[in-house]
Write a protein that binds this ligand. Structure first.
Ligand code: PEP
Ligand code: MG
Length: 374
């Protein structure tokens, strides 16, 4: 059954909402998670990881065909089969969230998550794709990477396989029009480009999306409205934020990858030795759990300043794990982000932490309690 905030807890949350200025969104892909997020008071979805929709059962074969197809035609065939599935996924999400912002991130898995590994899987896939087994093996070898998390993922996939980004753009924009018709509310999706390091990469993907939007406008007689922005999750993107903001309408800080790439520590393997660092006093805390204010946080602050210097109305959010961590939330409020986005079950904590951050800020400016007393 649906979780619900009631009684004194709900009252406390209402007080928190009356004080905080930082908005709170949730990271969610499914209707179930979106409903939990809404019940806990999320004001939108800050990160829909669209690749999770690709991993749903029954879709693996199409997804593999999309990546491994030998010809553009074969790839387009797999994409044509995926399109209505993604469109329905997004339409459901936009309908549940009608009236609230939803940020959908284009495909961003490390490529190896899509590829078969086991011998029998490879043999079966060759049959399904109508490819000779040795040809498939050569293709898999060509795509193999020693460090997939630093490899062919994020917008790099959209650049090498633009048809995938085009299919997703079509699914998102058609779904937005479908949900607007269904609910009567304006649905303006925010399309987010992952793992950008340069404005050129962002522009490449944004142009593909623009062409799709134009085509839909012609077909449906109604131009879809959307915003396009980017994850900032690589140090280079933070450094180039001023230029990237010339093209991007919003930034969302991906502090999981930004922590990984700033420290050069794997986000997947780090836990054990980081504990020793913290125990020895070499680090105040695990930087993957709480934003490292002095290093990663400094990049976030700098990118926010550079981005807003270019585009004063640039919307700024955070969608890494830190978006649900109270100390990190306080930092986000201090540097002027517009919202944090966290897992649905952390939304109440984030609402409270955002209120505490606002109270701390007022204490600093000598206006303690003014809002709370109103
Ligand atoms: C991030 O890197 O912080 C992020 C939110 O993206 P993901 O965790 O999906 O890489
Ligand atoms: Mg990331």
């Amino acid at each position: 059954s649906q979780p619900e905030l009631t009684g004194a807890f709900a009252t406390l949350m209402d007080w928190a909402d009356g004080i905080r200025t930082l908005r709170v969104r949730a990271n969610a892909e499914t209707v179930a998670d979106a409903n939990i997020a809404r019940a806990f008071g999320a004001e939108g979805i800050g990160l829909c990881r669209s690749e999770h929709m690709f991993f749903e059962s029954g879709r693996t074969g199409l997804v593999r065909a999309m990546i491994l197809a030998e010809t553009v035609e074969a790839r387009r065939e797999a994409l044509a089969a995926l399109l209505p599935l993604q469109r329905a996924d997004f339409a459901r999400l936009f309908t549940v969230m009608a009236g609230h912002p939803v940020t959908v991130r284009l495909l961003d898995p490390p490529l190896h998550e899509f590829l078969p590994r086991a011998e029998e899987e490879i043999a079966a896939l060759a049959g399904a794709l109508g490819m000779a087994e040795d040809r498939l093996r050569r293709r898999l070898e060509a795509l193999a990477e020693a460090n997939p998390m630093l490899g062919h993922r994020g917008c790099r996939l959209a650049i090498t396989f633009p048809e995938i980004a085009e299919m997703q753009a079509r699914a998102i924009l058609d779904a937005a029009l479908d949900a607007a018709a269904e609910t009567g509310a304006a649905v303006v999706p925010q399309i987010m480009v992952p793992l950008v390091a340069s404005r050129a990469e962002f522009d490449f993907v944004a142009e593909r999306v623009r062409i799709v939007a134009q085509a839909i406008g012609r077909e449906r007689g109604a131009a879809p409205h959307y915003e396009i922005g980017t994850m900032i999750e690589l140090p280079r993107a933070a450094l180039r934020a001023g230029a990237i903001a010339e093209s991007a309408a919003f930034f969302s800080f991906g502090t999981n990858d930004l922590t990984q790439t700033t420290y050069g520590i794997s986000r997947d393997d780090a836990a054990a030795f980081l504990r020793a660092y913290v125990e020895e006093g070499l680090m105040p805390h695990d930087p993957f759990a709480t934003l490292d204010h002095e290093g990663v946080g400094e990049l976030v602050r700098m990118a926010a300043e550079r981005g807003r210097a270019t585009r004063p109305d640039l919307e700024l959010g955070i969608c890494g794990e830190h978006g649900g961590d109270p100390a990190s939330i306080r930092f986000c409020a201090e540097i002027g982000l517009d919202y944090v986005s966290c897992s649905p079950f952390r939304v109440p904590i984030a609402r409270l932490a955002a209120a505490q951050a606002a109270i701390a800020a007022e204490a600093r400016t000598g206006e303690i309690g003014r809002k709370a007393a109103e």
